[in-house]
Write a protein that binds this ligand. Structure first.
Ligand code: CP
Ligand code: NVA
Length: 310
């Protein structure tokens, strides 16, 4: 039976139940199949989505905008600096105002609190399009991509290498919900948030899987089904770039490191990549790499999410 998700906001993947996650994946599969067959699916005909951006984006912006169009709706791009927000109007007043015009809000912000404030003051669903704390839409596309490539999620091992950032948090949330094992190799001081790890461990125990953090990249990659990495300096951390490159260098995903993984491992990255830093061209462009499938799947999973909540 379908789970009712209408009106639901998405700040982080840990707010979804396993059933809701599975429903989004199944719906993504259906919408992707229909799109490839040229079958139209105007599930959000006449509906509108406001997209607030405090930071740049290629994938998130284009996939939401195209996705909304394919669903028969309309998406508005709103740069935070162009809104009255940039001149001091509060998040609360912005949310209340937008709720009078649109059927959903997607926001990419610096502070995660902005997402929580939007949710609190809005009468329409709010979707986190990346904050400093989490990137749930990326996590959805990642789980769907693994499911497509491996035919299942539970029991697999994902090794995440590098900075314990927003993407790492969403992978912990997502993997632990669906019974996937996740081992994160991060240097000291760059580990994921301890509360996210603790919550992930609790959830993983329920679903028969494991969440583990180590500082040893070789050990993390051992027998992995999936190797995942992300940039070392996320948006907003550019000033720390030089220092981070020095510290995170041993976590680079290169041909030598991937040798420890399973023969049929896949390589994943949310993109944009800083080639030559967290990943080398040999790995990013190898047959094992599914990075553009992941990027494509942002479209299908977000369409599924919007169709279900809006
Ligand atoms: N992965 C991702 O969110 O990409 P963009 O920053 O291009 O949106
Ligand atoms: N961790 C990266 C993800 C970009 C999609 C960042 O926040 O910049």
């Amino acid at each position: 039976m379908a789970v009712q998700m209408k009106g639901k906001s998405l700040a982080s993947l840990d707010h979804l139940t396993r059933e809701e996650l599975e429903q989004i994946i199944k719906t993504s599969e259906l919408l992707k199949f229909q799109l490839l067959r040229g079958q139209e699916h105007p599930l959000l005909k006449g509906k509108t989505l406001a997209m607030i951006f405090e930071k740049p984006s290629t994938r998130t912006r284009v996939s939401f905008e195209v996705g909304m169009w394919q669903l028969g709706g309309y998406a508005l791009y709103l740069s935070a600096t162009d809104l009255q927000l940039g001149r001091g109007e509060t998040i609360g007043d912005t949310a209340r105002t937008l709720s009078r015009y649109v059927n959903g809000i997607m926001a990419r912000v610096f502070s995660h609190q902005t997402i929580l404030d939007l949710i609190q003051h809005s009468n329409v669903p709010v979707i986190n399009g990346l904050s400093d704390f989490s990137h749930p839409c990326q996590g959805l596309a990642d789980l769907f991509t693994v499911y497509e490539k491996k035919g299942r999620l539970d029991g697999l091992k994902l090794a995440y290498l590098g900075d314990g950032n927003n993407v790492a948090h969403s992978l912990i949330d997502g993997c632990s919900k669906v019974g996937m094992n996740i081992v994160l190799a991060c240097p000291k001081g760059y580990e994921p948030d301890s509360k996210v790890v603790a919550q992930g461990k609790k959830e993983a125990r329920k679903n028969g899987s494991e969440v583990r953090v180590t500082d040893d990249p070789k050990e993390a990659v051992k027998e992995a089904d999936i190797i995942y990495t992300d940039v070392w300096a996320s948006m907003g951390k550019e000033k720390e770039h030089a220092e981070r490159v020095k510290i995170l260098k041993p976590y680079q995903v290169n041909p030598k490191l991937v040798k420890g993984a399973k023969e049929d491992y896949i390589f994943m990255h949310c993109l944009p990549a800083h080639r030559g830093e967290e990943v080398t061209d040999e790995v990013a462009d190898s047959k094992k790499s599914v990075i553009f499938d992941q990027a494509e799947n942002r479209l299908h999973t977000q369409k599924a999410l919007m169709a279900l909540v809006m």
